[in-house]
Design a protein around this ligand. Structure first.
Ligand code: MIG
Length: 644
């Protein structure tokens, strides 16, 4: 049962969609009201595990660190960083008396979780916050109750579960042809290619550089014939330039965030000086969302929203900021200039001027909502949409990627640990930049990362401008890449089914092992996960490793895919040392469960998802299938497959 206590007059974030009973006071936290903040304290038992916080660094178990919910563009983050691109204020304390807590505020929240073995959680917010507490029989049922409170996850079309290729630096049609040809000619499957900022006319949203794309509409159609979709980027800032239709209309209607004087606030991002749309206003969301029409009319069916923390290079007040000069971890507690800018502009919320800082964490989420609500009207079928910045609730409107990471093994490990936390907070359609954004990705790292991303709903290879070319076919020995990426397509009947079933039943798609196995090893493991109801993954995430140690909490079927066939072997409970070659992916099927696999294809349009074989020792599998794009996603599309 969930109960809530409201302190002050918090801004309604829209995160929770079900009615929650009011309580007299909090059951798990002691509250201390100070002049300008609220401090919540909760004692931890020695063995309590603290799960949650979505897009955050460190472990699946959050004990031993400070975390700050304050959406931040930090391309150089590491395990000492305090804030990333999204804020997901939900935790579950699992132990003798499990409970969950959601601190619902669009402002900053500071979490000190057993820092220096303090044995307590200290949560600091401003005076206005809604706190929802949930009791339950364990971490998993509590997380599921939370998911039911925040509403159904966004469900993209099937092609969005195919493999995507991206690079900041693709400019003209030729570059996209090269990617399409590179994948098709090398028989490595591909479903979509991202268009980064260079497709636009001088980085102006909703424009297309016609020199680079003389006939984008024709080109979109031609690529679609080959089973490849184009997914353009949209940035938050609108270029200040009379004649830019989006700017003109925004000015005419007063749709932009304002400065102290009530004039549109100016900040520089990629297009130069811009104004930020005031997504807090419904009429502004409708207007901005409708602008996507300029691209859907050309046949575009998917978008990614960027720079919506919002990221600011410099502003009319504060000069150069952190986006161009990253703040070293040691100095992160000092304020950056972007943070100062957040005190320099305002939103209009229900007719009242509200300082951005107070509602900061909702900005990107509301951009996603703006796009999603209108795309839903503009397009007959499901669409792909994912955002960089987010807050709980935005998961109903789109997915997220985890922002700028790096081409190193730490980031792969962090991706693994972050996935279950994101799922707890609603973000089922998520994933990291596979291969890493900053830096040069080695062949080995890319193959290992792809082998893990095979299981994340969003599977996209993305990298920054000036880094080593990171498309799979750029590396020697293409057979290894064919093997790993084709596994994704063979697994799609399972991945798609498990994703949709999780969305429809307020469930997680990726879980910590400790949500279903309660032995000491399973509760402690940080590099193995449960994927859907049948699979456990144990990815190789160590440089130079020929394999790894795997903890089996139960007897399972070990499945090895090497590009030719699946080899299955029953393996006993306990620790196991396995070898995994670079062309292989090894995963486990739980006792009594099965996984449907199909033949695979070069793209989802060509995939036959009904002709499947069941792996594992289970008798039956509940398989979700539809045409891949219908908006009518329902339980009635689930069929029970039985082993012949
Ligand atoms: O300031 O559009 O996170 O994925 O390639 C960088 C260029 C802006 C940041 C995104 C990244 C994207 C890049 N963008």
């Amino acid at each position: 049962m969930a109960k809530q206590v409201i302190f002050g007059t918090p801004y309604e974030t829209g995160a929770i969609v079900k009615p929650v009973e009011q309580a007299e006071g909090l059951a798990h936290f002691e509250v201390n009201e100070q002049a300008d903040k609220l401090v919540f304290r909760c004692k931890l038992d020695k063995n309590d595990i603290v799960y949650g916080l979505g897009e955050q660094v460190k472990g699946i178990n959050k004990r031993g660190g400070r975390y700050v919910s304050y959406n931040t563009d930090d391309p150089n983050h590491n395990d000492g960083s305090l804030s990333l691109y999204g804020s997901h204020n939900f935790i579950v304390v699992a132990g003798r008396k499990p409970f969950g807590a959601f601190f619902d505020t669009p402002g900053k929240v500071v979490w000190d979780i057993d820092v220096d073995d303090s044995g307590e959680i200290v949560v600091t917010t401003d005076q206005n916050v809604k706190v929802v507490e949930m009791d339950g029989d364990g971490a998993y049922p509590i997380a599921r109750e939370f998911l039911s409170l925040i509403g159904r996850s966004f469900i993209p079309p099937l092609w969005a579960f195919g493999f995507g290729q991206s690079r900041w630096g693709y400019k003209r049609q030729r570059d996209f042809d090269n990617v399409a040809d590179g994948y098709r000619n090398n028989n490595i499957p591909l479903d979509w290619i991202c268009m980064d900022i260079d497709y636009m006319d001088r980085f102006i949203d909703f424009t297309v550089n016609v020199k680079r794309f003389p006939d984008l509409k024709g080109y979109v159609a031609a690529l679609k014939q080959r089973g490849i979709r184009l997914v353009p980027i949209i940035d938050a800032g609108v270029k200040i330039e009379p004649g830019n239709a989006t700017y003109d209309e925004g000015i005419k209607n007063g749709f932009f965030c304002t400065n102290h004087e009530g004039k549109p606030f100016k900040a520089a991002v990629w297009p130069g000086m811009t104004h930020f749309p005031d997504f807090f206003r419904p009429e502004c969301r409708e207007w901005f969302g409708n602008e996507y029409r300029k691209l859907t009319e050309l046949g575009i069916e998917g978008f990614w929203n960027d720079m919506n923390e919002p990221a600011i290079f410099y502003s009319e007040y504060t000069g150069i900021t952190n986006s161009l000069t990253p703040v070293p971890a040691s100095e992160q507690e000092k304020e950056t200039n972007a943070y100062k800018d957040y005190r320099n502009f305002y939103h209009l919320v229900d007719g009242r001027r509200v300082l951005h800082e107070k509602v900061h964490n909702l900005y990107g989420a509301l951009m996603t909502r703006a796009a999603s609500e209108q795309l839903d009207k503009l397009l007959p079928d499901r669409f792909l949409l994912f955002s960089r910045s987010s807050y709980v609730g935005a998961h109903r409107y789109g997915g997220i990627w985890t922002g700028d990471n790096g081409s190193d093994w730490d980031h792969l490990a962090r991706n693994v640990r972050m996935m279950p936390s994101l799922n707890m907070c609603g973000f089922l359609y998520s994933g990291a930049d596979t291969g890493g954004f900053g830096g040069n990705c080695s062949r080995e790292l890319l193959l290992r990362w792809l082998a893990f991303s095979c299981f994340t709903p969003l599977m996209r290879n993305h990298t920054a401008i000036l880094t080593r070319k990171q498309e799979c076919y750029r590396y020697g020995g293409k057979e290894d890449f064919q093997s790993v990426v084709s596994l994704r397509y063979k697994l799609l009947p399972y991945i798609y089914s498990e994703f949709v079933k999780a969305a429809l039943s307020s469930d997680m798609y990726i879980k910590p092992l400790g949500f279903e196995y309660f032995d000491e090893r399973s509760l402690a493991v940080q590099d193995q996960l449960l994927v859907g109801e049948s699979v456990m993954v144990a990815p190789v995430i160590e440089k130079g490793a020929k394999g790894r140690k795997v903890w089996l909490p139960d007897e399972m079927t070990e499945v090895r895919y090497d590009g030719n066939c699946f080899t299955c072997e029953r393996v006993p409970m306990g620790e196991r040392e396995i070898k995994v070659a670079l062309n292989e992916v090894v995963f486990y099927i739980r006792k009594g469960k099965c996984v449907p696999v199909c033949k695979g294809a070069q793209c989802t349009d060509e995939l036959n998802m009904t002709d499947v074989v069941l792996l594992g020792d289970g008798k039956q599998y509940r398989c979700y299938t539809d045409d891949g794009f219908t908006k009518d996603v329902s339980e009635s599309n689930i069929v029970t497959l039985s082993r012949k």
